[in-house]
Design a protein around this ligand. Sequence first.
Ligand code: NAP
Ligand code: G4F
Length: 338
Amino acid sequence: MSTKSALITGITGQDGAYLSQLLLQKGYAVHGLLPRRSTDTLWRLRELGVDRDVRLHDGDLTDLSSLIRAMEASKAIEVYNLGAQSFVGSSWQQPILTAQVDGVGALNVLEAVRIVNPEARFYQASTSEMFGLIQAEMQDERTLFHPRSPYGVAKLMAHWATVNYRESFGLHASSGILFNHESPLRGIEFVTRKVSDAVARIKLGKAKELRLGNIDAKRDWGFAGDYVEAMWLMLQQPQADDYVVATGITTTVRDMCRIAFGHAGLSMDEHLVIDPAFFRPAEVDVLLGNPGKAKAKLGWTPKTSLEQLITMMVDADLRRLGAVKRLEPERLPGSRIE
Ligand code: NAP
Ligand code: G4F
């Protein structure tokens, strides 16, 4: 039997790294799109010990010709579009770039699939940010969207483009409406990792305070390692469809912080400073997903609690910052054991 081949855009991101690891474990040949950067972006793949097992193709989501070449070279039968300017906060400063990468970029990938191999299955990384100003207490696949950021608006375009290519051209194109998911590989700009990094620094005497914005915001947080499994399951279904992926539990930023400080034996109230600079022009006050359809149709359930997730992140940052001399990738959750 020939090896199945998958192409991942955003392979160097948090989800790209975990998905690469999962697909390699399943025997896929894993290909990734690598946008040109002046710095080393392979650290996540290295931390999971998979950097030498994936094949990388120069390309960018805004460059259709590079996507066509990556499709041709990889011979992918599954395409996961995870690439994005994914930080909501930056999308007010770079709205046009966010629209081009997150919105038109997804359309470019759909076009590359349609041109090179319309039989290939396609996954779009949609987001709970599309619900924004929520229209139902618990959001599911039928909840109306009301994005609150340029990021949410761009992602909504990509979401509808995915639905439209399914309906127009019969592509096996699915959209995963994923709620926030985190891990030790999360970018430092996102609130959970900002907190875990700061808690570790304070614990080790390298910092004194943590400055945050709106700590009353509520999010439905899960573990990225669990969520990439749902992406893969969507592409194994006979029919393409859209799925909410979430835990069904929502928690304030304040309470998430409390878990992190508590795990390190520190008092949050002694170190946390509220800084107006981190408030957003328009906030998504609360997100709470209903993963009922993913459970029923994909057999997917989240396995990691918020407490387990946040303590794992604080522990990883303590290790990185020198609580032990050398970072030991094999001790990171989900790491490959040689
Ligand atoms: P991430 O860590 O920020 O990764 C984003 C990836 O996209 C990186 O590999 C980045 O490469 C790449 N990228 C950025 N601009 C690109 C361009 N012009 N061309 C090609 N690649 C580009 O994000 P993540 O947390 O893994 O999320 C994966 C996807 O799921 C994203 O689309 C995100 O919007 C979406 N999503 C995430 C969450 C969540 O809670 N994590 C929830 C719902 C949806 P560089 O690092 O080199 O820029
Ligand atoms: O961690 P965040 O930056 O994530 P946000 O905005 O919810 O977006 C993430 O999840 C989306 C899915 O819902 C993804 F689509 C998106 O790509 C990204 O992965 O902020 C979470 C909450 C917000 O309400 C924010 O205002 O935390 C609040 N917050 C308070 N202080 C802060 C801070 N967020 C950040 N990043 N930094 C702060 O200092």
